[in-house]
Write a protein that binds this ligand. Sequence first.
Ligand SMILES: NC(=O)c1ccc[n+]([C@@H]2O[C@H](COP(=O)([O-])OP(=O)(O)OC[C@H]3O[C@@H](n4cnc5c(N)ncnc54)[C@H](OP(=O)(O)O)[C@@H]3O)[C@@H](O)[C@H]2O)c1
Length: 284
Amino acid sequence: MGAKPQITIVGAGNLAGALAVSLHRAGYAIEQIIARSGGAPLRRARSLARNVGSRAVVSSRASIESEVVWFCVPDSQIASAARSIATATNWKAKVAIHSSGALRSDALVALRARGAEVASAHPLMTFVPGSRPLLAGVPFVIEGDKHAVRAAKRIVKNLRGDPFSVQKKDKAAYHAWATFASPLLTTLLATAERVASAAGVQPRAARRRMLPIVAQTIANYAALGASVSFSGPFVRGDAQTIRIHLQALRRVPAAREAYVALARAALTYLPARNRKALEKILKG
Ligand SMILES: NC(=O)c1ccc[n+]([C@@H]2O[C@H](COP(=O)([O-])OP(=O)(O)OC[C@H]3O[C@@H](n4cnc5c(N)ncnc54)[C@H](OP(=O)(O)O)[C@@H]3O)[C@@H](O)[C@H]2O)c1
């Protein structure tokens, strides 16, 4: 395989957009973006293809020359997307990669059966509409067949990403970690907005007003670690404060449940005074 092999991307969603732009900037030729059908999916693929000097095709018409095919489709679609282009090329000496954090590289078994080497390469980063972060500095978990892993690592390094390994058997736990780091962190902030409403502060204002404390908390965590960054009633052991929080949160039941679950985690993993009393209040 050449130093910068040609790459075909399957899908044109959030990850595909960021990946295609980073690959293009790093000097990779993107042979084509494959859409599952005509209409809106093909239009989305065309729009991405235009940005990166490529072309868009539907899977039923795809004919692949690239040495690397990178699947950027929802986890539930990886196996069927692989099957849909199984006859689009001779897979011997080709590498197929998917980007699910939870699924193993084996999700591409249909292509392995046709001679491809397969890998999974999951960027530990969040991609949403309206935000296309570059992949420089982004950690990527990579596992799979030997040559496919080597090819995926080389690509990630050329994107100035940071490849690392997690065993296949640990991928589900790995992805649960990733889910805490972004989607559940966002959930926590959305929940905080609801609690702000209970205090008469509307969600938009809550977002603006809580940004300084959120940003400082992340900065403290980065510089000092979790234990030193942990302030508030748990580390001080203020039982009465926690009791009145729980009373106030009766008006926001889902937020109350989240508070109790996180408070229990705090008492398990973080410094706290008056631990026994706090545990008792959380049970009540
Ligand atoms: N978003 C993230 O933050 C993130 C981070 C790390 C890893 N990932 C991984 O990246 C992968 C893609 O996630 P995403 O967030 O980019 O999803 P997404 O935004 O929903 O995009 C999925 C894309 O796949 C296309 N697609 C669906 N089924 C297809 C098929 N059978 N054949 C061809 N294309 C098909 C969709 O096209 P149409 O809907 O237009 O048909 C859409 O363009 C997943 O494995 C995910 O776990 C995502």
